[in-house]
Design a protein around this ligand. Sequence first.
Ligand code: G3D
Ligand code: MG
Length: 190
Amino acid sequence: MGLLTILKKQRLKDKEMRILMLGLDNAGKTTIVKSILGEDIHKVSPTLGFSIQTVNYQDTYKLNIWDVGGQATLRPFWRNYFEKTDFLIWVIDATALTRLDDCRTELHKTLNEDRLIGAGLLVWINKLDTLDETEIEKIIPFVEKQLNLEALRRHHNLRVLGCSAYSGLNLQEGLDYVVSEVKGRLYALD
Ligand code: G3D
Ligand code: MG
């Protein structure tokens, strides 16, 4: 067992998880974190560096969520945050589907990094409150295809969920997946 795995398992014993949240700028990453924390979601400004927020999950686990700015100029710095990451949350803007090409490139590049090998992945398609029912039905298969998620499934446990930071839709479901994936994977390494 590598040193990093031992460190990760120790953190799990301490009931902590390190979650990295990435995606293109404006996807709604910071708003999602604020919404989960019950903070005012209308007071969000672009993330210029990064911020770490701790979410208490069912009074058991502390999820340290690293929310890193997604502007093109900041993306080269993402790699500084990969070490010790237990799980990657990738946020997509359902109102900016023309950016999916850019998004696919960044997502695959990120998950190709050695330090993210085997990390679990949640793709949150945010801002579903702006879509009607027929659009919502189509968006998950569309994003799966455009982002070529099938290729990532070979090496990563992966879940795709539509969500809304505004309405709170599927935020809890997403966190449930994060915690169960990390626990399942790290315990399985015993
Ligand atoms: P980022 O951290 O990924 O860069 P932000 O994104 O959290 O800063 O959000 C970018 C913009 O998207 C913000 O609008 C924010 O209010 C909006 N947004 C975030 N989540 C949702 C959502 O669930 N639904 C809708 N409709 N909008 C959302 P402004 O206008 O402040 O730029
Ligand atoms: Mg932000």
